[in-house]
Design a protein. Structure first.
Length: 94
């Protein structure tokens, strides 16, 4: 068995403070602009996922290393457009 598989440790995600916010399409565009996913005829859909990170710098570096296109760095967050994240806008905040 290759060492990379032998030493594999599964990682779990435990939401500490899960929060769901329901917004209108206009609010979605106001918040994420062209990074927002298209509705594609759906009235309801998961549009964005906000993820807390310990470091926006390290997150930005990882996204750059992965050559993720269209990443938008702002003062307090990083936004990955939906077309780069399987149809869901990603937002990283510290």
């Amino acid at each position: 068995m290759p060492a990379s598989v032998e030493n594999f440790m599964p990682i779990g995600v435990i939401p500490v403070y899960p929060r769901f916010t329901i917004i209108t399409p206009d609010q979605l565009i106001a918040e994420f602009g062209d990074a927002a996913p298209p509705a594609d005829g759906h009235d309801e859909f998961m549009a964005a996922l906000s993820i807390r990170t310990r470091s926006l710098e390290r997150t930005a570096a990882a996204l750059a290393a992965g050559r993720v296109a269209g990443v938008r760095r702002e003062v307090d967050r990083i936004v990955v457009p939906a077309n780069q994240a399987f149809g869901v806008t990603l937002e990283f905040r510290e």
